[in-house]
Design a protein around this ligand. Sequence first.
Ligand SMILES: NC(=O)C1=CN([C@@H]2O[C@H](COP(=O)(O)OP(=O)(O)OC[C@H]3O[C@@H](n4cnc5c(N)ncnc54)[C@H](OP(=O)(O)O)[C@@H]3O)[C@@H](O)[C@H]2O)C=CC1
Ligand SMILES: O=C1O[C@H](COP(=O)(O)O)[C@@H](O)[C@H](O)[C@H]1O
Length: 466
Amino acid sequence: MTDTESRAEALVLYGITGDLARRMLLPALYRMVEQDVLDEPVIGVTRGDWTPERLHRHAHESIAAAGPVDEEVFSRLADLLKVASVDYDDSTTYARIVEQAPGSEHFAHYLAIPPAFFVSVAKGLAEAGLNENARFIVEKPFGHDLASARALQTELTRYFPEERIRRVDHFLGKDAVENLLVFRFANPIMNAVLDRAHVRGVQITMAEDLDVADRGSFYDSVGALRDVVQNHLFQVLAYFIMEAPRSGGTQDVLDEKARTLRAVRAVAPEDYVRGQYAGYRETEGVAPDSTTETYAALRVHVDTERWSSVPFSIRAGKNLAAHSLELIVELDRPPARLYRARGAEDPAPNLIRFRLNPRPGVTLDLLAEQAGTGVGRVSARLDLSPLSGEDVHAYVRILSGAITGDPRHFARMDVVEEFWRIVDGILAPATAPLPYRPGTWGPAEADALATGGRWLPLENAPAEPS
Ligand SMILES: NC(=O)C1=CN([C@@H]2O[C@H](COP(=O)(O)OP(=O)(O)OC[C@H]3O[C@@H](n4cnc5c(N)ncnc54)[C@H](OP(=O)(O)O)[C@@H]3O)[C@@H](O)[C@H]2O)C=CC1
Ligand SMILES: O=C1O[C@H](COP(=O)(O)O)[C@@H](O)[C@H](O)[C@H]1O
């Protein structure tokens, strides 16, 4: 089968009993039925012995935990929702999937199981003759460094050709992230100032106020850099730094993204600061002497005509003082000689703040004459919340893409390789992470990586210590 974008006749969800399915995938399927964009059978796969009634009960509870349930919509979903018990190492058991969707010949296999089992499933499907005419979608992470990502790709392509593999990065399903591209290239007023002639620095912060909760054992083998920076935040960076694609078509967007990423320098160890919050080692599943980082800050250099010499500072952490994801562009300061006389301080720089989560939108900090007090900062706030969906919407897009085959909201392999290349030299740090107190902004040593030695305060977040 060479057509990469033909609609699958059934969606097969491995890991239907798991955390991601409960919190995101089942609520997203419910939304898809509600929006009339799903009427294919969905076969939930488990190694356990689940009856359809048990799966339906589990689905109902999961969807109810995410919001109100319309029973008519749920009953349409329940009609589609089947279950198959599969032993991933026994290829004869994969036929049970086909039994649940009689007449279907084109399956989308979506793996929401631990990545260590991706290859077993690909191999089992191939041995059962079920890799023909099928799409293979894997959750993150894709490898744990450049070499392992390439090795995983080699293994998977023994069973599925690249054009039928999709790598999930749910940030690519977020409206607010995609809006970075639209905002830049559909609005010349914006893009005209987004370059090295006008920008002093760019900061991307993904602050999470939650700890690692019950994902200790997964998280401890991964850490902040691999969990959210190398994939999610680099996708945000890529949309922000790339040049305009030749067209809005999926392949042109992906080609341009990959091209720009080749100009991003590998991060030097001195441009990387790691932290670990106090109490992390007491989490269930975490090694008592763990040196996994729960906070990562880095400085990235982009050697393109547009961005060379502009520092990009990126940080992400668990158990921080706020829950927020922002990309802030700091423009060069206006000439002090014009305005300093009226105020005690130098005039504040213009900021363009892309608020990606929560309440997506854009805020512009500008200077204006203010009645009686002279020139001061004013903020113009553009709120896109009504236009952009809830969290689960990202998975609606991804599951829809799994069914239709549209690769737009997935991570292409050349992009994944570039992301790993950029961090490959900092994946095995020689020193332990620096401690930080829960509810703070992480280790103070990371300040040196921010433009001007200071992370810009996030909107709606407590002030950061100066
Ligand atoms: N949870 C999250 O917030 C996120 C998760 N992801 C990714 O999604 C995938 C699933 O994550 P999550 O749902 O948290 O994972 P879980 O640990 O909840 O596992 C999902 C399911 O996989 C099956 N499973 C567990 N262990 C094994 C094993 N040793 N061998 C075979 N099957 C096993 C179990 O199903 P059963 O026993 O029924 O067979 C389990 O319910 C992973 O790739 C993860 O990295 C990505 C983003 C966020
Ligand atoms: O993939 C992951 O993402 C979540 C954050 O995603 P969001 O859509 O809720 O912002 C992160 O908490 C988790 O550790 C990581 O595995």
